[in-house]
Design a protein around this ligand. Structure first.
Ligand code: AMP
Ligand code: ZN
Length: 113
């Protein structure tokens, strides 16, 4: 198994988990870009958003709701927070197992860099 996030899910590499259920885990990013930077990661290995099918609609919806709950738990639901899926090279994807970034605790620019 070569995938970094599959190894974290399998417990082979440590991570600072903030949430887990039967479909996903969430852990803090090792190189945080904001005071809160959490990754919501499905247990199922899917390399990029391009690999999603209708079979994952429920999973992705649950991931987004988990991201919102994590932001709320950290007090960022009111001030605001940023959620990001990067897909492939031009978006800066570096880990090819889909993950939803959840960032909060500072202002974020738009358009994104
Ligand atoms: P992306 O560039 O969208 O593919 O995001 C990958 C993210 O994974 C980056 O923000 C990295 O800092 C993060 N990352 C890489 N290795 C680890 C790790 N071992 N534990 C937690 N986060 C990681
Ligand atoms: Zn994987």
């Amino acid at each position: 198994m070569a995938c970094l996030f599959c190894k974290i899910i399998a417990g082979e590499i440590p991570a600072s988990k903030v949430y887990e259920d039967e479909r996903m885990i969430a852990f803090t990013d090792i190189n945080p870009q904001a005071p809160m930077h959490v990754l919501v990661v499905p247990r199922k290995h899917l390399a990029t958003l391009n690999d999603l099918t209708a079979a994952e609609d429920g999973l992705v919806g649950a991931m987004v709701r988990t991201a919102a709950a994590i932001a709320q738990n950290n007090g960022y639901d009111g001030p605001g927070y940023r959620t990001v899926f990067n897909c492939n090279a031009q978006a800066g994807q570096t880990v090819f197992h889909i993950h939803l970034h959840v960032l909060g605790g500072r202002s974020f620019g738009w358009p994104p860099g």
